[in-house]
Ligand binder design. Structure first.
Ligand SMILES: Cc1cc2nc3c(=O)[nH]c(=O)nc-3n(C[C@H](O)[C@H](O)[C@H](O)COP(=O)(O)O)c2cc1C
Length: 178
């Protein structure tokens, strides 16, 4: 099978996962910006990965426009965020919001945990990270969720949470679809 991992990554976590997946499947990993619609159409199995930014999956709309309306491909989506992937509801909500209705049943979705690279963040992103932290701080401590505590504790830090083990269900899914 002709497989490719396509990704959009701002600070490297989604790229790292793309390389791990490509290595496990013996295929290539490519940045979305490096692929045209025509070059994408050559693949039978396409895995797209994007980091989550304020609930949006980076590059996913552009990826869909490059993909066109091809029905014959095996498609998988992995999304990378700071929320604990054990909290499937949070990721299901993000997938629901980001995948247009006509694509809903076409993608098998996987959620992975990424790193927070505060030291590399743009000024805009550092400012944006203040919002969930301030909201969390306004809540009485006993009402704070795990994410709230994480936003407070991790603000300003580099926190490395990526783990190669997360890719296994995706790799198994692709291997069984091939
Ligand atoms: C401005 C900003 C907004 C973010 N919003 C979310 C979010 O809504 N949910 C989440 O789980 N992670 C969120 N994150 C964390 C990123 O998804 C996480 O750091 C991920 O590893 C980024 O992947 P990348 O480095 O490949 O782009 C946000 C990070 C930044 C900088």
């Amino acid at each position: 099978m002709n497989t490719v991992v396509v990704y959009t990554s701002k600070y490297g976590s989604t790229e790292k996962y793309a390389q791990w997946i490509a290595e496990a499947l013996g295929c290539k990993a490519k940045k979305l910006s490096e692929l045209s619609s025509k070059s994408l159409s050559a693949f039978d199995t396409i895995i797209y990965g994007g980091g989550i930014y304020a609930g949006a999956i980076a590059g996913f709309k552009k990826f869909l426009s490059k993909l066109g309306s091809n029905d014959n491909k095996t498609l998988a989506l992995y999304i990378v965020g700071l929320t604990d992937p054990q909290k499937q509801d949070a990721y299901t909500e993000i997938a629901d919001k980001n995948i247009p209705p006509e694509w809903k049943n076409r993608f098998k979705v996987f959620a992975f945990r990424g790193d927070q690279r505060f030291s590399r963040m743009s000024t805009m992103h550092k400012l944006m990270m203040r919002v969930p932290k301030s909201m969390a701080e306004k809540k009485p401590p006993e009402q704070r969720t795990e994410d709230d505590r994480m936003f407070i504790e991790n603000f300003g830090k580099d926190v490395l949470l990526s783990d190669k083990g997360f890719i296994l269900p995706l790799v198994d899914y692709i291997k069984s679809a091939e």
